[in-house]
Design a protein around this ligand. Structure first.
Ligand SMILES: CC(=O)N[C@H]1[C@@H](OP(=O)(O)O)O[C@H](CO)[C@@H](O)[C@@H]1O
Ligand SMILES: [Mg+2]
Length: 547
C-alpha cells in the first residue's frame, strides 16, 4: 500500500478555498484564520515528510498569527534544531498549499518524496502547539488530520508560546546527544531558564516590580508559570493585559508591536516615573521595554537597545574571561535605528551587519559570528554561540577567580538564552540579569545613545510584487526610477535615511524614514510614502498626510 493511500480521503475533509493563493512568507502562512484549514492540514503532511527527510527527527508545527489581529491565524514549521524551516522547503509549502485538488496534493507529496530521496519507511515525528486564538481549535483539528493521514507519531504541546515550541523541538532532538538542550516540558523550560537566571543574579531580586503587558495572549499564563518557578522574592512581576478568555482583546491597543509602532504605552497601563515596564507580542517571541521619565515622557527601549545592552555585556565578559580571538558581533536589519548602528560601530567597536527582514535571515548571519547577537528593532531576537566559540571557552584554564567567574557567567548566560529563536521570556530574563548585575535603571540603560526620530508607514498598492530590492532591502531596483526619487528626498534632510520594501506578512509596502529632527523625519516619511503611492499604483484614497 502506498504511503500516501489515506491522504486524498483526509484531504477531502479540508478543501482549499478556490479564491485564495497562499504563500509561505517571512513568518509561514498567515491570513484570516477560517480560510487556513486546508493549509494547516497540508502543513501537517509536509511536516511529516520533513521529519522523514531528517531521518525521523521531530519537526514542529506552530499555529499562531503572532501580533496580528485575533481573526487572523497562521502556521509555520520548525526545523529539527528548533530553527525556522530550511528555506528550500518553503517553496514546497507554497506549492502544496495551493494544490487545487486532493489528488494534486498526493502528487506533490510524491514528487517531494522523490526529489528529496525520502525513505518512506521511517515513521515521522511531529510536535505541535497553538496560541490562544479562537480559530486555533479548528486549525489544530485540521493539522491532526494531516498527521493522522501519514501515521505520524505526534505530540501535542497545547497552548504555549512560539519560542517554547521551538525549545521543545530542540530538546526532543538533542535528548540522546552529548549536550541535551533541556527537558521538553513546560516545567523543564521554566526550570532551565529560571535556574540560569538565579545563578546569574546571585540571590538578588528584581529592583522593583516588572509590569508585563502580555498582549492578552499566550505569554500571560506562561510568564506567570515562569515567575512561579523562579519564586518569590526573586521575580516580582505584575501581568497586565493578561486576559486570554475574552474575545476581541488579543493584541488590541497593547503588545510589543502596538507599543513599538505607536511609541506609546499599552491600554490599561499608566506609567509611573521609575516604574519598569515591558510588552510581549501575541505569541511571546518579541519584547520591548519602556518607562516614563520624571516629566512623564514615554521612552522606548526596543530591540536595538536590547541588542546593544546584551552585546556590551557579552563583550565585557569575554574580555574578563581572557579569551582572545573571540568576537562578539551584532546583526540588525535596515529598520535598526541609525544611532544604534553608529553606537555599535563607533563606541562599542563591534562588527555589525545588516540582514534582510525576518528572523531567519538574521539567524543565519549570526551563525557566522563567534557570538552573534541578533535583534529586529521590533524586539525579536536572541544570541547564538558558535560551536567554535564554545570550544574556545571550554579550553580556557582560568588563572584568576575573576576569570573563572567570567567563564561561569558565560556558561550560565548560554543556559539563559533560547538559542533556537527569539523568545520574549528568555530575553526578559537576560535583560533583567544584565540590569541587576550592572545595578542599572531603565533610564541608565537608555542613556547609552539617543535614537534618531523615526517613522514606519504602510502604503497600500495594487501590486506589491512589483517592488524589488537589493542591499539588505535598502534600495529599490523596481519599479524603475522610484529609488532615484527616494534618494533625492533623503538628500534634503540632515541624517536622513529612508527605504521602501514590500511587506512579507501583509499586503502593503512599508516606508521607513529617520532624520535628525521629528519634523524632518515625518516630512521625509510622508514625502516618500506619497511618491510610492503616486508612482507605484497606490490603492484607494490617497492618505491625507502623504506629501
Ligand atoms: C518592519 C517590521 O517590523 N517587519 C516585521 C514583519 O515583516 P514584514 O515583512 O515587514 O511584514 O513581520 C515579521 C514577522 O513577524 C517580522 O520579522 C518583521 O520584523
Ligand atoms: Mg510574534
Amino acid at each position: 500500500m502506498s504511503a500516501f493511500a489515506q491522504v486524498a480521503e483526509y484531504s477531502a475533509k479540508h478543501p482549499k478555498p478556490s479564491d485564495i493563493t497562499f504563500e509561505y512568507g517571512t513568518a509561514g502562512f498567515r491570513t484570516i484564520g477560517e480560510t487556513l484549514e486546508s493549509t494547516v492540514f497540508r502543513a501537517g503532511l509536509l511536516a511529516a515528510l520533513r521529519s522523514q527527510s531528517k531521518h525521523g527527527q521531530v519537526i514542529g508545527v506552530m499555529i499562531t498569527a503572532s501580533h496580528n489581529h485575533e481573526r487572523d491565524n497562521g502556521v509555520k514549521l520548525v526545523d529539527s534544531m528548533g530553527e525556522m524551516l530550511q528555506q528550500s522547503w518553503e517553496g514546497y509549502c507554497t506549492d502544496i498549499a495551493n494544490a487545487s485538488s486532493d489528488s494534486q496534493v498526493v502528487d506533490i507529496l510524491a514528487s517531494i518524496a522523490q526529489l528529496e530521496g525520502i525513505d518512506m519507511s521511517i515513521r515521522p515525528k511531529v510536535a505541535y502547539a497553538r496560541d490562544t486564538r479562537p480559530s486555533g481549535p479548528l486549525l489544530q483539528a485540521a493539522l491532526e488530520d494531516g498527521l493522522a493521514a501519514l501515521d505520524v507519531e505526534a505530540t501535542n504541546f497545547g497552548i504555549v508560546t512560539t519560542p517554547q515550541l521551538h525549545y521543545f523541538v530542540r530538546c526532543l532532538n538533542t535528548a540522546n546527544s552529548p549536550s541535551p538542550y533541556g527537558e521538553p516540558t513546560e516545567s523543564g523550560y521554566n526550570t532551565k531558564y529560571g535556574q540560569a537566571f538565579l545563578r546569574l543574579v546571585d540571590g538578588k531580586p528584581l529592583p522593583s516590580t516588572l509590569h508585563i503587558d502580555a498582549a492578552n495572549g499566550v505569554g500571560a499564563p506562561q510568564v506567570r508559570k515562569l515567575a512561579d518557578a523562579i519564586g518569590s522574592p526573586y521575580f516580582n512581576i505584575e501581568v497586565n493585559n493578561g486576559d486570554t478568555d475574552t474575545l476581541g482583546k488579543l493584541n488590541i491597543d497593547c503588545g510589543a508591536d502596538y507599543v513599538k509602532s505607536n511609541q506609546r504605552s499599552p491600554v490599561g497601563t499608566t506609567l509611573v516615573p521609575s516604574g519598569r515596564y515591558c510588552s510581549f507580542d501575541g505569541d511571546a517571541d518579541r519584547i520591548v521595554y519602556y518607562y516614563a521619565d520624571d516629566h512623564g515622557i514615554f521612552h522606548l527601549l526596543d530591540g536595538d537597545k536590547i541588542s546593544t545592552l546584551v552585546a556590551t555585556y557579552l563583550r565585557d565578559l569575554v574580555a574578563a574571561a581572557g579569551v582572545t580571538d573571540l568576537q562578539v558581533g551584532v546583526v540588525q536589519t535596515a529598520y535598526a535605528n541609525g544611532s544604534s548602528t553608529s553606537y555599535i560601530k563607533d563606541t562599542l567597536r563591534l562588527p555589525t551587519v545588516f540582514a534582510k527582514t525576518g528572523v531567519k535571515h538574521l539567524h543565519h548571519e549570526a551563525e557566522k559570528m563567534s557570538i552573534g547577537a541578533y535583534f529586529e528593532a521590533n524586539g525579536h531576537g536572541t544570541v547564538l554561540f558558535n560551536p567554535c566559540a564554545v570550544e574556545k571557552l571550554q579550553a580556557v584554564r582560568p588563572a584568576t577567580p575573576a576569570q573563572a567567574d567570567a567563564i561561569n557567567r558565560l556558561w550560565a548566560l548560554r543556559d539563559l538564552i533560547n538559542e533556537s529563536v527569539g523568545d520574549a521570556m528568555s530575553d526578559m530574563l537576560l535583560v533583567e540579569t544584565i540590569l541587576i548585575c550592572k545595578g542599572w535603571t531603565l533610564e541608565q540603560w537608555d542613556a547609552a545613545y539617543t535614537d534618531l526620530p523615526s517613522r514606519l508607514l504602510k502604503v497600500v498598492v495594487n501590486d506589491r510584487n512589483i517592488f524589488k530590492t537589493t542591499d539588505a532591502e535598502q534600495k529599490l531596483t523596481s519599479p524603475l526610477g522610484l529609488q532615484g526619487v527616494v534618494d533625492s528626498l533623503v538628500a534634503k534632510f540632515p541624517k536622513g535615511r529612508s527605504f521602501v520594501r514590500p511587506s512579507g506578512t501583509e499586503d502593503a509596502v512599508r516606508v521607513y524614514a529617520e532624520a535628525a529632527t521629528r519634523s524632518d523625519c515625518d516630512q521625509l516619511a510622508y514625502a516618500v510614502a506619497g511618491a510610492v503611492f503616486d508612482k507605484a499604483g497606490g490603492r484607494g484614497d490617497r492618505p491625507a498626510e502623504f506629501l
